[in-house]
Ligand binder design. Structure first.
Ligand SMILES: [Ca+2]
Ligand SMILES: [Ca+2]
Length: 317
């Protein structure tokens, strides 16, 4: 399906790394190709049956992305699917959590994601395989493919596949028709369901001696943000019609992002203003790539030079 493109990428990568490190190139290439494929399927294979149909291909932007990759000399400028930097961020995030490096992540590993941003309740739902059945064959553990789906859903919350991950999963090979935050699976998000998730956020705020925002207040805020057709519950259609649906998910189960939203984090607001065409995912990947590169003690982290690629290889590979 990807045609000659991976070979082109291999050639490009091979030019930028130490000639003595062929194994690194092969491992890097395998991880990169795998990640690109999972990203394509996450966004385009909406039926989640593991097979791309012609209709899905036409509706998606894969062909455009491939043409872009063919014309663009700097692969990192091809933000849809093929960016090396995006792959590097995903891979390093997985590597950081997978402390014993057996390529599997358990519940305790995932709870550390994003500086312990997520609640136990939502991590429980993920490990109950409600949003998506794990492809890992090891019970209670998430594999790399499962992690790619998770991180894209977590960091690109306003995109449609993410809405479906957190709220609604179509009946398919990888899901069982259940819904992640729609606890009773009746297709609507009620006050009780929101309260169930928010309770843990409230408890965490109290533990951190932060001034808690009471559920009644937060419920008014959510209704105000989403403006649902019916005031007593929220439907998938309501969420799809609102630009703030991602923030509602953060209110319910990601404390750090909820706090950033409540305090109107000026850094995030400036980043949005500077690059209004970028997606939430693009901005996250860009921030994290710079952070990871600095951690690797790379001097010129932001210009995508050959030295960056070379040094980067030393981390997970
Ligand atoms: Ca592990
Ligand atoms: Ca429900």
């Amino acid at each position: 399906m990807l045609g000659p493109f991976p070979l082109y990428m291999l050639f490009t990568i091979a030019q930028t790394v130490n000639i003595n490190c062929y194994l690194c190139v092969v491992q890097l290439f395998a991880g990169l190709a795998e990640t690109v494929i999972y990203r394509i399927y996450y966004y385009i294979n909406r039926s989640q049956n593991g097979r791309l149909t012609l209709r899905e291909l036409k509706r998606g932007n894969l062909i455009d992305a491939m043409l872009h990759a063919d014309e663009e000399e700097d692969i990192n400028k091809v933000l849809r699917y093929f960016s090396y930097e995006h792959f590097y961020v995903i891979y390093c995030k997985f590597w950081e959590l997978d402390t014993d490096h057996d390529f599997l992540i358990d519940k305790e590993n995932l709870i550390r994601y994003g500086n312990h941003a997520l609640t136990y309740r939502i991590v429980d739902r993920i490990f109950s395989q409600v949003p998506r059945k794990f492809t890992s064959k090891v019970e209670g553990k998430m594999g790399y493919e499962d992690f790619v789906y998770f991180i894209l859903a977590e960091e690109d919350k306003s995109s449609e596949p993410s809405l479906e991950y957190w709220y609604f999963c179509a009946l398919s090979l990888y899901s069982q028709g259940f819904k992640c935050i729609d606890l009773d699976g009746n297709g609507i998000l009620t006050r009780n369901e929101m309260q169930f998730f928010y309770e843990e956020q409230l408890h965490r705020m109290e533990c951190m001696a932060q001034e808690p925002v009471l559920f009644e207040d937060i419920l008014c805020q959510i209704i105000d943000m989403i403006k649902p057709e019916a005031e007593s519950y929220i439907t998938l259609r309501d969420l799809k019609g609102s630009k703030l649906s991602g923030s509602v998910f953060n209110i319910l189960f990601n404390l750090n992002k909820f706090m950033a939203f409540e305090t109107r984090d000026p850094f995030l607001i400036r980043q949005e203003r500077e690059n209004p065409t970028l997606t939430e995912w693009d901005r996250f990947a860009h921030r994290e790539y710079i952070r990871l590169s600095m951690e690797d003690d790379v001097e010129d982290a932001s210009n995508g030079s050959a030295e960056v690629w070379d040094e980067s290889l030393e981390a997970p590979f």
